[in-house]
Design a protein around this ligand. Structure first.
Ligand SMILES: *Cc1c(COP(=O)(O)O)cnc(C)c1O
Length: 232
């Protein structure tokens, strides 16, 4: 098990390096997140042991169960939809919430973070695939309307944008979705003029090389690192 993670990690690093180089980028401009959702605590510990300290979970409750009481150094992000009634728990658990797709959710999280005297990083999620089942702002325009209000909330620090690419689509559509997120990111950055607006989170196990080519600064990988979920 330990060996297979090492082997997979080396391959992922190689692929990211090559993909980034195809667009003239350096491999260290792409951060690697290990997505531990659906994997048991032992996998989380193995990941941390392998130096994968940027971790992602998609559900507040599952993250709470696995990470409360865990020792070590890590940075945990929420990558799944946040319900408003989970904002309090989320503000305690996560360094970053990548899935902000409503002003009200951002406000609820801001209130809870401020109460804790904490600053939580956030990304705004954009639905670039047009798939109904996906969360995220539907289109760049509604996102841009809320952008400055969200950026101004105390207790939060707006770091960038996130998307989930189209599932089971050909490379052209995936390129298109990621390019659209990059364009929205550039436009948002121009409007905000914030030095810390620096994160473009896109790409999963099936499409991270395309994401790295299209300018991702963070890719989020589960199965490419740990194998299929539920087979552990
Ligand atoms: C599950 C998930 C990932 C990782 O998916 P893999 O296909 O296992 O790499 C990345 N991002 C989000 C938002 C997810 O829900």
């Amino acid at each position: 098990m330990a060996d297979s993670l090492k082997v997979r990690l080396a391959e992922v690093h190689d692929r990211i390096t090559l993909a980034a180089a195809r667009s003239g980028r350096k491999h260290d401009s792409v951060r690697l997140m290990a997505v531990t959702k659906g994997f048991p605590l032992a996998v989380v510990q193995e990941a941390i042991g392998a130096g994968l300290t940027l971790l992602g979970e998609n559900r507040v409750q599952e993250a709470e169960q696995k990470f409360t009481g865990l020792t070590g150094v890590w940075e945990l992000h929420l990558i799944g939809h946040l319900q408003r009634n989970k904002a309090r728990a989320a503000s305690g658990l996560f360094a970053c919430v990548q899935s902000i797709d409503k002003l009200e959710t951002a406000r609820a999280l801001a209130r809870c973070s401020a109460e804790r005297g904490k600053t939580v990083d956030i990304l705004i999620e954009l639905n670039t695939s047009g798939e109904e089942s996906k969360s995220g702002y539907r289109g760049t325009e509604p996102m841009l309307r809320d952008l400055e209000l969200i950026a101004g909330l105390p207790g939060l620090r707006l770091r960038g944008l996130m998307t989930v690419g189209p599932l089971a689509a050909g490379p052209d559509r995936i390129h298109g979705a990621f390019a659209a997120l990059r364009e929205a990111f550039v436009e948002s950055g121009r409007r905000l003029g914030l030095a810390h607006f620096d994160t473009l989170s896109m790409g999963m196990s099936g499409d991270y090389e395309i994401a790295a080519e299209e300018g991702a600064t963070m890719v989020r990988l589960g199965t490419a690192l740990f194998g299929e979920r539920g087979v552990v």
